[in-house]
Design a protein around this ligand. Structure first.
Ligand code: AMP
Ligand code: MN
Ligand code: MN
Ligand code: MN
Length: 289
């Protein structure tokens, strides 16, 4: 697939600067892309310029951290204006929550006798307002305190583990209101990844999301199990959502599909890029490398 509407740069927790992220996407055969960093759009203008240079069509994006029923849920916004002062204000608020959480996580590591985690993670993030659990995981790897990146989450960083710290993220409704208020399209990111007490909860989430004005779901995502694609294709069809897709690429450190290499969308779905004026079959003819 040569469309990828979910990727990260080092403006959040990705490994590559926006320009290099776009270069990799272009090299991988992506023809239409969105950069969707967590809670910031500071990488967007550099990415757009690079996309023009490489002949890749580009949609500005962001992945908003939100919560629903006490579970962290991500809402992608597509087509926002990265220069909007109101958006900057929204991201500043979320960034403060990230900064404050980082301190609490550092304290939790200290309690376990692990010193310097906060400073180490912050140095990798470059900015306390985009400090991510990813940066803590990378620091733990670098210090050889874990064997693998995944082990950092499983041992310390996942909900229920000792260094997980709750954040009062915006509700899903607030995230959707924000995205719509900025003229964007709200998309539930990787709906197959949330750890709910029962399978049917995700359908409640999607109902609430639609009620709030959300229009699309990621039917295909590099960060949810491949066998979820059919389920969410069915739900997109039956609930009347536009279908989005993206690799959720961060770096080569994981075995996730590369840019554009997430599962194909079923042809009977209505792709979200039609809202941006691209034909349904846009990019579907060529396979990404
Ligand atoms: P944050 O938004 O700072 O809480 O960090 C969340 C990021 O950590 C996600 O965007 C993923 O990149 C990564 N992540 C979250 N949970 C896991 C997990 N269980 N295993 C591996 N990576 C994860
Ligand atoms: Mn991430
Ligand atoms: Mn996500
Ligand atoms: Mn993501």
């Amino acid at each position: 697939m040569a469309v990828d509407l979910h990727m990260h740069s080092n403006a959040s927790d990705g490994a590559l600067p926006p320009e290099a992220m776009v270069a990799l996407a272009a090299e991988s055969g992506v023809k239409l892309m969105a950069l969707t960093d967590h809670d910031t759009m500071i990488g967007v203008s550099a990415a757009r310029e690079a996309a023009e240079h490489f002949g890749v069509d580009f949609i500005a994006g962001v992945e908003v951290s939100a919560q629903w029923a006490g579970v962290g849920v991500h809402v992608v916004g597509l087509g926002l204006d990265e220069a909007s002062p109101a958006a900057a204000e929204f991201f500043r608020g979320v960034g403060q929550k990230r900064a404050e959480r980082g301190i609490r996580m550092g304290e939790a590591f200290e309690k376990l006798g692990i010193k310097g985690a906060y400073e180490g993670a912050l140095a990798l993030a470059g900015n306390k307002n985009n400090l991510s659990r990813t940066h803590f995981a990378l620091w733990l790897c670098r210090e050889k305190l874990v064997d693998t990146y995944q082990q950092a989450f499983d041992k310390y960083l996942k909900p229920g583990r000792p260094c997980f710290a709750i954040v009062d993220w915006p509700s899903v409704g607030e995230a959707v209101d924000f995205i719509r208020g900025e003229g964007g399209i709200a998309v539930v990111a990787h709906p197959g990844r949330y750890k709910f007490p029962a399978d049917w909860w995700v359908e409640m989430l999607l109902r609430d999301f639609r009620q709030a004005g959300g229009l699309a779901i990621e039917v295909s995502s590099g960060s949810q199990p491949v066998d979820m694609t059919a389920r969410f294709a069915g739900l997109a069809g039956s609930m009347g959502f536009f279908a989005s897709m993206g690799s959720d690429w961060h770096s080569s450190r994981s075995d996730r599909p590369g840019p554009g290499a997430q599962p194909k969308l079923a042809e009977d779905l209505l792709p979200v890029w039609t809202i941006f004026g691209y034909p349904p079959q846009f990019g579907l003819e060529t396979e990404a490398a």
